[in-house]
Design a protein around this ligand. Sequence first.
Ligand code: UDP
Length: 328
Amino acid sequence: MSLRNKNILVVGGAGYIGAHMVRQLTHAGCGVVILDNLSTGNRKLLQGGSFIQGNLGDADLLDRLFTGNAFDAVMHFAAFSQVGESMHQPLTYYRNNLAETVALLDAMVRYDVKRFIFSSTAAVYGEPVAIPITEDHPCAPTNPYGNTKLAVERMLADCDAAYGLKYTALRYFNAAGADVSGEIGELHDPETHLIPIVLKAADGQIDHIRVFGTDYPTTDGSCIRDYVHVNDLAQAHLLALDALLEGGDSAIYNLGSSNGYSVKEVIAKAEGVTGKKIPVVEAPRRPGDPAILVASSDKIMRELGWTPEYDNLEKIIQTAWNWHLKQK
Ligand code: UDP
């Protein structure tokens, strides 16, 4: 793979997954421009490249960006991603995740940049009818967040047909963990994701962790998810980028570990990693949550040779704990 001297626009590069991506792109020798409005991103997570603060909906800014740079590809991480919030504020999600992406694709087409990597999600599937979930599983999201991501995927297929825009949509399962350097990691305010909240509870920063739903049709009644290390996600993006730049066709891939863990199992593993007792409170279901999401990632392993390095949850939680401790 040679990505040296390729010029990549990373939208949302000051966010959790975007920052890990920028780090790997710069290590691979790419030139990186980051566009982020810092609405959920954080300057602390900037990892080189040149940073521009702004919105995708700012047409003048996009014109200046695309006039001033010859981008080989665009990677798009700038989305709101909280299932619960999306249930209460769907229009915020449609505006940010869908309308802003229309503006970005419109600029790409006008400036003839025809390679795009999109952060999609397991939430496009909704309640699974078969586990593990393969890419040809029916898509029926159970929340507005998933609807916005599926809408973008469909828009991308239309843009490929009409303009020859080639894209890879990567359907993430649950991104987790942190770079081993301890320099970057998950940093949301407020934090809503399971593993960072569990670690706050382990550390006494919050009193307890709430388990959202204990009456799901799973072995212990709590939701089952598939946790995949953020650096493995970023590595998959590099492979997808290389394939597109080599003339590859548009594609959709799942990115997960193929292992499912219940919320209660995650808490137990975190107790093992941290050596701390984690107080638990059972709480009602969070609206919009499917019971089980576990990926088959065979397609990207087979077609692009993706080999995740972090193959168990302890390792993933260990890197998150390392990052957590460095924040104190
Ligand atoms: N969850 C929980 N308590 C929390 C946060 C999350 O029980 O404080 C559950 C949530 O309902 C889901 C799983 O943990 O079943 C993973 O949620 P997260 O928000 O981390 O990711 P999502 O699956 O929504 O992408």
